[in-house]
Design a protein around this ligand. Structure first.
Ligand code: 5GP
Length: 237
């Protein structure tokens, strides 16, 4: 597999073309960003832990029958993935109320949500990723109705699989964001699943173990990611 030109540099990952037009290389960098790129820092070992974390979760999802873009690990910080045609949409499931949900709706932080709730956001940093609904998605052609249904179905299916995986390690999956794209007409999970895009709390102490440590300046960001990784069985060395 030959690595070719950089296609795109995101806030925490860079994407490279390869000699296979249907495959890309994701490079997980040490850059960490929050607040739509307004806070950025480099954190040692973050690229590696996120790359290995994402590979581990992707393999668990594949084993459970969820198609992902992940093909294989190439190095500590790089993975080979299928090239998807991404929808400009973020799918969020919340099992416990916190974050923007509480700010928007004025609801108490830390409430168990039964059933879990679901939200769509538009990927647009300039607009601060506004919340959108299914009518917006269809009216503006961001995805077809059948693809929207499939994204919702897959995002909830991921919840069942990952809530158990984390709970078995004494960790609550509070909420998470997934992104999807099309590959040969199939809606497939793309982007990444790492502590950058989900909230994870220790079940006993409710200590935050995810990117909220960075957003809120709590420190030990990568140390917490590594601790979660080890608890769920990711091999870091
Ligand atoms: P909230 O809407 O409360 O800020 O975020 C809900 C969940 O989605 C959190 O787990 C958060 O990490 C994730 N999330 C929402 N937007 C983004 C985003 O633009 N980037 C990343 N990495 N995660 C996001």
């Amino acid at each position: 597999m030959q690595k070719r030109d950089e296609l795109y540099a995101g806030k925490a990952k860079s994407v490279f073309k390869t000699d296979d037009e249907k495959a890309l290389i994701l490079h997980f960098r040490n850059d960490t960003s929050a607040f739509d790129g307004k806070k950025i820092e480099k954190l040692d070992r973050k690229g590696k832990v996120n790359n290995l974390f994402n590979a581990f979760i992707s393999e668990k999802l594949e084993e459970a029958g969820i198609a992902t873009h992940f093909i294989k690990l190439l190095s500590d910080e790089e993975s080979l993935v299928k090239k998807l045609d991404m929808f400009p949409i973020e799918c969020v499931v919340r099992n416990i109320s916190t974050g923007s949900l509480c700010r928007r709706l004025g609801v108490e932080d830390g409430l168990d949500l039964n059933p879990p709730t679901f939200e769509f956001f538009l990927k647009n940093d300039d607009l601060g990723d506004p919340m959108i609904n299914e009518y917006h998605i269809e009216s503006f052609g961001w995805a077809e109705a059948s693809h929207v249904e499939r994204m919702k179905e897959l995002t909830f299916k991921v919840n069942g699989i990952l809530q158990k995986l984390f709970l078995d390690a004494g960790i609550l999956l509070v909420d998470y964001k997934l992104e999807f794209g099309l590959y040969d007409g199939e809606v497939m999970f793309g982007d990444e699943f790492t502590p950058d895009g989900c909230r994870l709390w220790d079940v006993e102490t409710r200590e935050k173990l995810d990117k909220d440590r960075f957003r809120q300046g709590l420190g030990d960001v990568v140390e917490s990611y590594e601790a979660v990784a080890r608890r769920i069985g990711v091999k870091l060395d």
